[in-house]
Design a protein around this ligand. Structure first.
Ligand SMILES: O=c1[nH]cnc2c1ncn2[C@H]1C[C@H](O)[C@@H](CO)O1
Ligand SMILES: [Zn+2]
Length: 367
C-alpha cells in the first residue's frame, strides 16, 4: 500500500528546490530578533505571528510590484556579515527539515551593501552561512546540498558586474545567475551584455520571465538571452490554444514558442502560491501548472519566497495534490525534473536522482 499523501508523508519525500530567494525566506522570529539587534524600527509589528500574517496579506496584492515592496524589511536586516550568515544558515536548516535534499537559493548581492559590505563580502557571508547550515542539517540527520545563484536586479544597471562576480565565485559554491525584480518595463534584453558574457564563460543562468509580463518576455529570455531555465514562465500558456470549434478534437495546440519550450525541455520554475499572490494565476486549481504538466513541459515546483507566501516545498506539493489529485509518481516526476535541471554537473545530478530521489519515492510508494 502506498503511503497516504499527507503533509507529514510529503515532508518525508526527497524534494528539490530550484527557485527560492534568500531574502524571501527569513523566519518571522529571526526578522524580529535581528530588527531589535540592529535598531531597525520600521517593521509593521514585532509580534511574530502578526508579522507572519502581515507578510502573507501584503504579498497577496495581485501585483508583482506591491509584492516586492515587502522585501524592504527583510533586506534591511541583512546588511552585516553576522546577520547574513544567520539568515543563510537558518534557510538551509529549514529547507532540510522540510525534506529538501538539493536546493539552489538566490539573492541579489547589490541589495546588501547599504552598510559598507563589498559585493565580495556579501557573497562570502552567504556561502559561509550555507556551509554552516549544511553542517548543522547533516548533524541533525537531514543532509542537504545547496548551490548559490547570484541575482541582478532588472531595474538597476549592475548585471554585468554581478555576472562577473558569479564567475569569480564559480568554484566556491556559486552555480548560476538570475535577474529578478519588476518585469514590466524591464525586458531581459536590457541585460544582454551580462548574458552574452556568461555564455562565453560557459556559465548557466535562469531568468524571471512570464510572471508579470507575457510572451515577449519569455521569447527574449530564451531566444535573445539564451536562458537555461525560466523563473515562473507561467504565461507560456498564452501560446497554447484549445480549439473548441465544431470538428475540432479539443486538443491543445502549441504555438511556435510554447512548442520550442517544450521540445527543448526548458525547465519552468513554477511557484504556485507566489503566482497567485502576484496575480499570475487566479488560484492554485486554475494555475497553468496543471495543463503544462499534462502536456509534458519540464515543470518544476518551487517556493519562491517562503516568508511572503507562508509556504514550504511540502505545502506547495500538498496544495497541488489537493488541486489536481497528483500521486507519488507525479511528485517524483516534478522532483526528477528539477534535479535534471539543476546547475551542478551531470554526474552529480544523476547520483542524487539514483541514490536519493528514486529510493525515497520507492519507499513511499511501497508504504
Ligand atoms: O517572484 C519574483 N519575481 C521577481 N522578483 C522577485 C521575485 N521574488 C523575489 N524577487 C526579488 C526581490 C528580492 O529582493 C530579489 C532578490 O532575491 O528578488
Ligand atoms: Zn522569484
Amino acid at each position: 500500500m502506498p503511503a497516504e499523501l499527507t503533509e507529514d508523508n510529503i515532508r518525508r519525500a526527497p524534494k528539490v528546490l530550484l527557485h527560492d530567494h534568500l531574502d524571501g525566506g527569513l523566519r518571522p522570529a529571526t526578522l524580529v530578533d535581528l530588527a531589535e539587534q540592529i535598531g531597525y524600527t520600521d517593521l509593521p509589528t514585532t509580534d511574530v505571528p502578526a508579522l507572519a500574517a502581515w507578510f502573507a496579506e501584503s504579498a497577496y496584492s495581485g501585483s508583482l510590484e506591491r509584492y516586492l515592496e515587502t522585501f524592504t524589511h527583510t533586506v534591511a536586516v541583512m546588511q552585516t556579515r553576522e546577520t547574513i550568515i544567520r539568515v543563510a544558515s537558518e534557510c538551509v536548516q529549514d529547507l532540510a527539515a522540510d525534506g529538501v535534499v538539493y536546493a539552489e537559493v538566490r539573492f541579489a548581492p547589490e541589495l546588501h551593501v547599504e552598510q559598507g559590505l563589498t559585493l565580495d563580502q556579501v557573497v562570502q557571508a552567504v556561502l559561509d552561512g550555507f556551509q554552516a547550515g549544511m553542517r548543522a542539517a547533516a548533524a541533525n540527520g537531514h543532509p542537504i546540498r545547496v548551490g548559490t545563484l547570484l541575482t541582478a536586479m532588472r531595474h538597476a544597471a549592475r548585471s554585468r558586474e554581478i555576472a562577473e562576480l558569479a564567475i569569480d565565485f564559480r568554484d566556491r559554491g556559486v552555480v548560476g545567475f538570475d535577474i529578478a525584480g519588476a518585469e514590466a518595463g524591464f525586458p531581459p534584453t536590457r541585460h544582454l551584455d551580462a548574458f552574452e558574457y556568461l555564455r562565453r564563460e560557459n556559465f548557466r543562468f535562469t531568468i524571471h520571465a512570464g510572471e508579470a509580463f507575457g510572451l515577449p518576455s519569455i521569447w527574449e529570455a530564451i531566444q535573445w538571452c539564451g536562458a537555461d531555465r525560466l523563473g515562473h514562465g507561467v504565461r507560456i500558456v498564452d501560446d497554447i490554444t484549445v480549439d473548441r470549434g465544431s470538428g475540432s478534437d479539443g486538443r491543445p495546440n502549441l504555438g511556435r514558442l510554447a512548442g520550442y519550450v517544450r521540445d527543448r525541455r526548458i525547465p519552468l520554475e513554477m511557484a504556485p502560491t507566489s503566482n497567485v499572490q502576484t496575480g499570475a494565476a487566479a488560484s492554485i486549481a486554475d494555475h497553468p501548472i496543471g495543463l503544462l504538466t499534462e502536456l509534458g513541459f519540464r515543470v518544476t515546483v518551487n517556493t519562491d519566497n517562503r516568508l511572503m507566501s507562508g509556504c514550504s516545498m511540502t505545502s506547495e506539493m500538498a496544495g497541488l495534490v489537493e488541486a489536481f489529485g497528483y500521486g507519488w509518481d507525479t511528485l517524483q516526476w516534478f522532483t526528477v525534473n528539477a534535479m535534471k535541471s539543476a546547475f551542478i554537473p551531470f554526474d552529480e545530478r544523476l547520483a542524487i536522482i539514483n541514490d536519493v530521489i528514486k529510493p525515497g519515492y520507492d519507499r513511499l510508494r511501497n508504504g
